[in-house]
Design a protein around this ligand. Structure first.
Ligand code: PHE
Length: 339
């Protein structure tokens, strides 16, 4: 019996000392020191011993239990310290580590251009208005003084969703919506997406962006239009910028003009950016046709107004030297990261 006790004690010491985790330690404790453990089993064998041997063996068993319990406690402390160490390592923040870098979004060149444009007009006292991208024939064309057979209304140029439902081909319909809800004076700029059945290439897209401007008040003249667009050009390109107006035609303005700004890259000398012309065409403009004003119920004897529309894509491409319009819609990070 004493041999058995000695063997068991040896095995128990090893198991307790070498327990690799608190779980393993607890298993070893149960096996050797537990209620139905080996030590208890041996202890029960005392009954079979001769009476005079019992006290001696009992004492031996108690010593062994005390020794094993000490080892158990030592090992438990070691393991707990180790775990605490691990926990500290896991939970603490190492302030000396470099931070995890967050991906930084940049402004899309189209949006950056638009923001700069809006900034200038806000400074001139304009407010921003918006309108739907899906329009009907009335807002899309009729209220803008298009004759019923105008080619812009043709399915070859405009996307139709249904007979009388179309994707706006310009931001001008918003002129009507603004004037319907507001009496003069009106000073709004309208950024927005437009759609035309253009074949996609380096300078065309079926979806593009415009900034519309509308100013209606008493005594508004073409000189105000020129002054406004000159202020816009100078705001965008600096005090040396000049603007050029050439006769054009739009159903909703009379007279109408196309306007251009002196090339920002060569100041009008002629270069690659402006294809040698010295000018960059920005858009269309004109005095709001009295038919349009009358259509929204404005007193055409009292009020006059001007309107203009600027294409944002070409502007952004010239400004940032982007050679192909498709890059603007690609979402290609190699391109976008440059801005
Ligand atoms: N809507 C015209 C276009 O898309 C531009 C324009 C706007 C012209 C306002 C005159 C007045 O070409």
């Amino acid at each position: 019996m004493e041999d058995r006790l000695r063997e068991m004690a040896e095995a128990a010491r090893t198991a307790l000392r070498e327990a690799a985790s608190l779980d393993e330690l607890d298993q070893a404790r149960a096996r050797y020191l537990g209620r139905s453990g080996v030590l208890r089993d041996i202890q029960q064998g005392i009954r079979d011993l001769a009476k005079e041997l019992r006290p001696q063996v009992g004492q031996l068993i108690n010593q062994t239990r005390a020794e094993l319990e000490r080892i158990l406690e030592e090992r438990r402390q070691e393991l707990e310290a180790g775990q605490a160490h691990l926990r500290v390592a896991r939970d603490s923040i190492d302030v000396t580590l470099p931070g995890r870098s967050q991906p930084v979004a940049g402004r899309h060149p189209l949006l950056a251009t638009l923001d700069d444009m809006l900034e200038i007009f806000l400074g001139l006292g304009y407010t921003i208005a918006e309108g739907p991208e899906v329009e009907d024939n009335y807002y899309g064309f009729e209220a803008l003084n298009y004759p019923p057979d105008h080619p812009a209304m043709d399915e070859q140029m405009t996307f139709y969703i249904a007979d009388d439902v179309l994707l706006r081909s310009q931001t001008s319909p918003v002129q009507i919506r603004v004037m319907e809800t507001q009496e003069p004076p009106v000073r709004v700029v309208v950024p927005g997406r437009c759609f035309r059945r253009d074949t996609v290439d380096a300078t065309h897209s079926h979806t593009f962006h415009q900034l519309e401007g509308l100013c209606v008040d008493e005594g508004v003249t073409f000189a105000d239009l020129k002054g406004t667009l000159l202020a816009f050009a100078r705001g965008m390109f600096g005090p040396e910028a000049r603007v050029r107006f050439r006769p054009d035609f739009f159903p909703f303005t009379e007279p109408s003009a196309e306007f251009a700004v002196s090339c920002f890259a060569c100041a009008g000398e002629g270069c690659r950016v402006c294809q040698g012309s010295g000018w960059m065409e920005l858009g269309g403009a004109g005095m709001v046709d009295p038919n349009v004003l009358a259509g929204v119920g404005y007193d055409t004897e009292r009020y006059t107004g001007f309107a203009f529309g600027v294409g944002i894509e070409r502007f952004a491409m010239n400004r940032y030297g982007i050679p192909d319009m498709r890059l603007l819609y690609s979402g290609d990070m190699r391109m976008l990261r440059q801005f």
